[in-house]
Design a binder for this molecule. Structure first.
Ligand code: ADP
Ligand code: ZN
Length: 760
């Protein structure tokens, strides 16, 4: 198989069996099993006599000296066979519902699209091996039947309480019983030993209660009701459809798609809501709970091992009816998925950047098509990809033009930093807040309202510079500056995680005390605010201060209860939060996202700043937004500050025109090929070979090789090619052919990123 040579699957774990290609199926006396490993395809095994395994079944199989759990795959054409007599027998079937056909086709589809080995995609679906073991039954205790022993029982008050409690209800686990009786578990043990309590085995309890979809939601406005009715119809009719739910921030999009979720539940189907930063979205969970009187199954990387195991199993067994999760929730083993919602569909965190590189929104659309179910894409700032599809008539659109209730959209003003440069401070030196923004903050605090300062930069300062010799502190492993985190007392590389103590003198010229922090991060901003507004209570919200769901919830609650006057945050504050008393949003550096070679820089900056602005004035009190910028004429700034109702759409049209003229997505297709190696000469040689073999045909163009902007990452030198094809040419076939023609040294790592969003 020539494709194997340069493919990502090259570094496969050593295995004694040769890959068998795809099998002829049980009929041909072989069983095709896909393993959750980056192999090229399914392996063949000799089928078990009884029971007959069918495609989708989870099965234990040997691989070398190991035992693994794989999935019986669909029989296909066999290219090369291992003699039937040499096949190793498959083992036992795992007692769980199998992967339905649609899930198997989805896995193959994603593999084909991303050029990842199918087993690597399967591994995302079987990410919790512990879930294959059945949960342990629960031992519970109840009053023993008439036993002579108990007559001689010494009855302490504690024992009496336990017996009274045990006499009332059903059998309960020891810990529950002890808690209900207010005693220690040793009392229970004593009563068991004395024969007064007996043990019974109960099936493990259900983890998720069924949501109460019959309960009515809130009374909807006319627009909301119309949108909800349309979505409900789609769910009831079934079949594939994509609908953009496009509504301004605070228009009640969540309430509207909850109606679609209710319809899916009513139809006996499972529903999936993809939500960026779900780990930090306690507010969303609260709202869900209020609406459906049950917890949804939550899926993200911060779950405990127990939560992962239970949730995976509950989805597979159909007990979990609704899942809300980050992108990986798309690969859970749904049996009856009937609806997908992608909230904040424009959010770039839906793109997975390592392992299998995929975009969860796009793959969710594919999953809907394969499953013939509706999907709803939700945003106040939809992506250009999505709006282009709406325009072309491929996607439907529902529009909510107004905020719910009496709330109105905030007024956005630009602060021209060339005319209103931030004044210096007495204590901390250079400042970052203009007079206009300072005044607005003062007025907000005066009115007893809350403010948010947005700066999308973690830490204290993004760069440390020697004033004597100009040396800049750089990461030893990456082409990146070290970021000072003053609260943690260290320097940190945001790309590889390298950390060190700040040096006392310049490592280059050895000058003492010459190192100076350059530029602001949220920590530095907090310092400035403390100097300007001593009496206000401030909190930082960034991934450094918010390390998990509990911390996020505590902070969100504190803001809600108005224990905090000023929130200083990075992009994690932009999403979803609803703070009724927050009336002022100040964007400290509006231009931050605009530079750099990212083709979506303008679009993203617009989306991010619009979302942040949307945090202001979401309830009775009107909101106000100040954006500090050195480029107030920039189309992004103009669009943000415009009051015209079609400002966003006009901006998107201009942006679309720019992309069309530059032949960039969504008007062309891109795929990045990234080669890396600790040895610079070797990676450059590999690039030369690939460059010589570059495909030459109409509608296909190859840019590069070029050193990646992050030329060195984790000690590896990185080079990039960019493949661009006309929209009607699939880049996958071109890539396969190209890469198959070149043999690369083993050490050179090759990554393929179809539809790249990051160009670093
Ligand atoms: P979006 O997702 O569009 O930003 P939300 O769904 O978060 O908007 O709604 C904003 C606020 O308005 C929330 O607190 C929500 O509960 C409330 N809300 C929206 N629609 C209604 C409604 N029909 N009845 C009561 N409250 C509503
Ligand atoms: Zn680094």
């Amino acid at each position: 198989m020539p494709h194997r040579r340069a493919s990502v699957a090259r570094q496969t774990p050593g295995s004694p069996e040769p890959p068998a290609g795809t099998a002829q199926g049980p009929k041909g006396g072989r069983l095709s099993v896909l393993l959750p490993l980056p192999l090229e395809g399914p392996y063949d095994y000799a089928p078990t006599p009884e029971p007959t395994l069918v495609p989708g079944d989870l099965v234990r199989v040997p691989l070398g000296s190991r035992e693994l759990i794989g999935v019986v795959w669909d029989p296909g054409d066999s290219h090369r066979g291992v003699a039937a007599a040499r096949l190793r027998p498959a083992g036992e079937r795992v007692d769980l519902p199998g992967l339905p056909e649609v899930e198997r086709r989805f896995i193959d589809w994603v593999a084909g699209y991303t050029l990842a080995p199918p087993g690597a995609v399967l591994r995302m679906a079987l990410s919790v091996p512990a879930a294959f073991e059945p949960p342990k039954p629960v031992t519970a205790y109840r009053l023993a039947g008439d036993s002579d022993d108990t007559k001689h029982l010494r009855l302490t008050p504690a024992r009496k309480r336990v017996l009274a409690v045990a006499g009332e209800g059903p059998a309960r686990p020891a810990a529950d019983l002890a808690r209900a009786a207010g005693v220690g578990t040793s009392v229970i043990k004593g009563l068991v030993a004395a024969g007064a309590l007996e043990a019974v085995t109960l099936p493990p309890p259900a983890v998720f209660r069924p949501p109460e979809w019959q309960r009515p939601g809130p009374a909807l406005s006319t627009d909301q009701a119309a949108a909800a009715a349309e979505l409900r119809n789609k769910v009831v009719e079934g079949g594939f459809s994509v609908t953009l739910l496009d509504g301004v921030t605070g228009s009640g999009k969540t309430e509207v798609y909850f109606e679609a979720v209710a319809a899916a539940l009513a139809a006996g189907r499972q529903a999936l809501v993809l939500l960026p930063e779900i780990a930090l979205s306690a507010q969303w969970l609260e709202r869900f709970q209020r609406r459906f009187e049950a917890r949804p199954a939550v899926w993200h990387s911060d779950l405990t091992a127990v939560q992962r195991r239970r949730t995976w199993r509950a989805v597979a067994e159909g007990e979990a009816r609704i899942v809300v999760g980050a992108r990986s929730a798309l690969f859970l083993p749904y049996q009856e998925l009937g609806l997908i919602v992608v909230d904040e569909e424009h959010d770039t965190s839906f793109k997975q950047e390592d392992g299998v590189i995929y975009h969860a929104r796009d793959m969710a659309v594919v999953r809907s098509r394969l499953g013939e179910i509706p999907i709803v894409l939700v945003s106040a700032t939809p992506s250009l990809e999505t709006t282009t599809n709406v325009k072309a008539g491929r996607y439907g659109r529902l529009h909510l033009p107004e905020r719910h209730g009496s709330a109105v959209l905030p007024r956005v003003e630009l602060v021209d930093l060339r005319r209103d440069p931030p004044p210096r401070l007495e204590g901390t030196g250079q400042g970052w807040l203009s007079t206009a923004l300072r005044r607005a903050l003062a007025e907000t605090f005066e009115a007893d309202e809350q403010a948010l300062l947005f700066l999308n930069r973690r830490g204290f300062a993004p760069l440390t510079l020697c004033r004597a010799c100009g040396h800049r502190l750089q990461c030893p492993n990456c082409t990146a500056w070290l970021v000072e985190h003053r609260l943690a007392g260290r320097l940190e590389c945001h790309h590889c995680g390298h950390r060190k103590m700040p040096p006392g003198h310049c490592p280059e010229c050895h000058a003492e005390g010459s190192l100076a922090a350059c530029g602001p991060g949220v920590e530095r901003l907090a310092e400035e605010v403390r100097e300007l507004f001593q009496d206000q209570r401030t909190a930082i919200m960034s991934s450094d201060s918010i390390t998990g769901p509990a911390a996020a919830e505590a902070l969100v609650r504190a803001v809600h209860q108005r224990e905090i006057d000023l929130l200083i945050g990075t992009q994690i504050v932009a999403k979803g939060h609803h703070f009724p008393w927050l009336t002022l949003v100040g964007v400290v550096d509006g231009d931050l996202g605009l530079s750099g070679g990212d083709l979506r820089a303008a679009e993203r900056t617009y989306q991010l700043l619009h979302q942040v602005a949307g945090r202001a004035g979401r309830a009775e009190r009107p909101g106000r937004v100040l954006i500090q910028t050195y480029e107030p004429e920039h189309p992004v700034m103009q669009a943000l500050a415009s009051n015209a109702p079609d400002a966003r759409d006009r901006f998107l049209e201009t942006e679309a025109e720019v992309r069309r003229r530059a032949a960039m997505p969504p008007f062309a297709r891109l795929a990045a090929v990234i080669l890396s190696d600790p040895d610079q000469r070797r990676v450059d040689e590999a690039c030369r070979r690939l460059a010589r073999a570059r495909p030459r045909r109409d509608g296909v163009e190859i840019l590069g090789p070029a050193a990646a902007p992050l030329a060195v990452l984790r000690g590896r030198h990185r080079r990039r090619f960019l493949l661009r094809t006309r929209r009607d040419i699939a880049p996958q076939a071109v890539l396969r052919q190209w890469l198959a023609a070149v043999e690369l040294p083993r050490q050179v790592r090759l990554q393929i990123d179809v539809d790249p969003y990051s160009f670093l």
